[in-house]
Design a protein around this ligand. Structure first.
Ligand code: SAM
Ligand code: SF4
Length: 329
């Protein structure tokens, strides 16, 4: 079992397979002028499979594929198939924007991948366009409907932003009235690739919850799963649930079981750190299996207590300026 210096078990890898995307969600990346990484700088699928096999022997159990948009990476399906076959990996989940995902659902289900976080920040076509800069709401919506039709485990991710989509909070929760879906509201973080920061987050989890309670009268607090980043709730009588992720307030760090790997092989033990070391460089310097495992254990053995400590310790880029797509959300 991989355990950090604060006694937290680490069994979950969030793997960003690409930094490329076909949307331009303004809270994630600027519309123009993005320098996407060269293909040769990406960890290859062979390198990733070697690494995950090694970590699975040490106790890694769950992998989330994210990005950028994972389905834009060539040969992703072959990689996913090989990933699901690694001994010890019990769950593979995917975070996707749903623009090209639907066509892969048959194959994904056949591999045993049935857990998806689908990002949809608005149910209104115009607002969706304003946020993502692409006119693809209908495509994303039909992907969602198809996932529900197939009875997949689907969570809808919505980043809540002042003057952008707060009017979508209630309609999104309404989707859970008759559908087995979990709606998750995420506090906006400063990982927008444009260096825009703010000192006060107006729409934090308290304000989101307040709005929901004011509308529905009563909401039921659910028992949160062990490593849940979301505070989970249910409107009485609804089939689905909703949750709020205090991603900026960072109140969930105490139970964090996650490790992150960026598309270029930077290992991150916290979303807010600026990268601990580069695994790709180590692997390409002909490191042995033992050296790779030792390096990962060394990183896990020196984790920050929480996201505030990690942010304070940033050296390379003291103020957050990277895009979430280059980290993996
Ligand atoms: N392209 C895929 C998608 O959008 O689902 C996967 C990658 S995206 C970076 C993963 C998640 O991070 C999405 O749900 C997105 O809304 C969230 N995200 C991106 N930038 C964020 C930010 N600045 N603050 C909070 N969440 C963010
Ligand atoms: Fe692309 Fe996802 Fe970032 Fe939106 S949030 S720009 S879909 S990577």
């Amino acid at each position: 079992m991989l355990r950090d210096n604060h006694g937290r078990e680490v069994d979950y890898l969030r793997l960003a397979v690409t930094d490329r995307c076909n949307l331009r969600c303004f809270y994630c990346m600027p519309e123009e002028g993005i320098d996407f990484v060269e293909k040769s700088s990406l960890l290859s699928f062979e390198e990733l499979l070697r690494l995950i096999k090694l970590l699975a022997k040490e106790g890694l159990r769950k992998v989330r594929i994210t990005g950028g948009e994972p389905f834009l990476r060539k040969d992703i399906m072959q990689f996913l198939k090989a990933l699901t076959q690694i001994e010890g990996i019990e769950k593979v989940a995917i975070t996707t924007n749903g623009t090209i995902t639907a066509r892969y659902l048959d194959e994904l289900e056949a591999m045993g991948i049935n857990s998806f976080n689908l990002s949809i920040d608005s149910l209104n076509k115009e607002r969706f366009f304003e946020i993502t800069k692409r006119d693809l709401f209908d495509t994303v919506w039909s992907c969602f409907e198809e996932m529900v039709r197939r009875n997949l485990d689907v969570k809808l991710n919505c980043v809540v932003m002042k003057e952008q989509n707060t009017e979508d909070i209630i309609p999104l929760i309404e989707l859970a009235r008759n559908k087995k879906v979990a709606i998750r509201f995420i506090e906006e973080m400063p990982f927008n690739g444009a260096g825009r920061t703010r000192t006060v987050l107006e729409w934090d989890y308290v304000k989101i919850l307040e709005m929901v309670k004011n509308h529905f009268g009563r909401v039921e607090k659910l028992v949160d799963p062990k490593h849940s980043t979301a505070l989970n709730y249910k409107v009485p009588g609804f089939i689905g649930t909703f949750g709020i992720i205090p991603a900026y307030t960072r109140s969930f760090c105490g139970t964090c079981n996650r490790l992150r790997l960026t598309p270029t092989g930077l290992i991150k033990t916290c979303l807010y750190d600026d990268g601990v070391f580069n695994l790709r460089d180590l692997m390409r310097a002909s490191a042995t299996d033992e050296q790779i495992v030792a390096a990962v254990k060394q990183a896990i053995g020196h984790r920050y207590k929480d996201g505030f400590e990690a942010e304070k310790a940033r050296v390379k880029n003291p103020s957050i300026s990277e895009s979430m797509a280059s980290i993996g959300g």
